[in-house]
Design a protein around this ligand. Structure first.
Ligand code: DNO
Length: 360
């Protein structure tokens, strides 16, 4: 495995590349051009500037998270072919700069969601929380407003005020859409891009819906072992693979993450991994805990052991962390402070080392 760190880009992240470089074992960053609207081709000079800025700090950039999918593609709307063409142009340009993996998601309308971005824990740290009842009783607009207030320095990706102006229209577009239609639209996209990905040697890694629970009546399809299987079967080429996100899939209490890693990992279909822990408060509610197994409900040893046993050679990143040691909203986007993620990265590498040594 290759340990990486998410970095939101120049001017988009209060954490510096110099800081990231100092985390033990860090090989590179996972990044994006956050301001590029979905559906547009990324200009080559922007990709070059991003690449040059990162490698100048002695870090690699092999994974992009994310190149977002335009709604027309998810909806199968008339504009989809043009957006798919632009997606392919972006892939070709990224390949020129050594990008080997693209993370994306098929979440309708919105990206990930939480009820609280900065929920106080008894130890004085704060973290993100998901309370199902809270979400069930709030409108998307009110939630977006809350995010804007709580995350006062950076916008939450997928919840930008501009997008929120058209939220009701966007939600309405999914009304009555069947699961079959949604899968067919995904297949249409995959069949167009996967042959290009194979040619360019880019691994496409779909990220599960986060949380894997119904929200604002939207269809949620990438949420469980069976759905992941179905998604992979839509196009059986190995370049069509997964971002195995332990926290997203693990937010369904019954999910058996190590078994999923063993199944999909043995088939070479996991290209990228987000590893984090969460602590269930009841069957549906959770907060995001430190990575260390005793702090949360997921067993990180079993998870890392499963990755090790399938000889996982892809990229891994510590996922969300708490805000600790006086980090404020100015020092990190929600869930993306420096210190707890750095601790997570080193802890995961410690497990990896011990698991490997135990096999000698
Ligand atoms: C949350 C992230 C997601 C992820 C995208 C992938 O923190 O894991 O926002 O980047 O959904 O497209």
């Amino acid at each position: 495995m290759k340990m990486t760190f998410r970095w939101f880009g120049a001017g988009q992240d209060p954490i510096s590349l110099a800081e990231i470089r100092q985390i033990p074992g860090m090989t590179g960053v996972v990044t994006s051009l956050l301001d590029m609207p979905a559906g547009e081709a990324w200009p080559e000079e922007r990709i070059k500037a991003m690449y040059d800025g990162i490698v100048a700090h002695g870090l690699e950039v092999e994974v992009i998270e994310s190149v977002n999918i335009h709604e027309d593609i998810k909806l199968g709307a008339p504009g989809r072919d043009e957006k798919i063409e632009n997606y392919i142009i972006t892939m070709e340009r990224l390949a020129k700069y050594g990008i080997k993996c693209i993370c994306y998601n098929m979440m309708p309308v919105l990206d990930w969601a939480r009820s609280h971005l900065y929920y106080n824990l008894p130890d004085g740290s704060n973290t993100m929380r998901y309370q199902a009842e809270f979400i069930a009783n709030i409108t998307p607009e009110a939630l977006a407003e809350r995010y804007a207030k709580e995350s006062d320095t950076y916008e939450m990706p997928g919840w930008e005020p501009e997008r929120m102006k058209k939220i009701n229209e966007a939600l309405a577009a999914y009304e009555g859409m069947t699961t079959e239609t949604f899968y067919a639209n995904m297949k249409y996209f995959l069949d167009a891009i996967i042959p290009v990905a194979e040619k360019l040697d880019i691994k496409m890694a779909v990220h599960p819906d986060d949380p894997p629970l119904p929200i604002f009546g939207l269809p949620k399809l990438i949420i469980s072992r069976d759905n992941l299987r179905k998604y992979l079967d839509l196009n059986s080429n190995k370049n069509n693979g997964l971002t195995l996100c332990t926290g997203s899939l693990g937010a369904k209490k019954c999910a058996d993450i190590p078994t999923m890693i063993r199944e999909f990992g043995a088939e070479g279909r996991i290209h990228f991994a987000h590893v984090r822990n969460l602590k269930f408060e009841n069957d549906t509610d959770f907060y995001e805990s430190a990575h260390f197994s005793p702090c949360g409900s997921l067993n990180m040893y079993d998870i890392m052991k499963a990755f090790h046993d399938v000889n996982f050679t892809g990229w891994i990143r510590p996922d969300h962390g708490r805000m600790i040691w006086d980090e404020t909203t100015k020092k990190g986007r929600p869930g993306y402070g420096l210190y707890d993620r750095a601790l997570g990265a080193v802890y995961l590498q410690g497990l990896w080392e011990a698991i490997g040594r135990g096999k000698e």
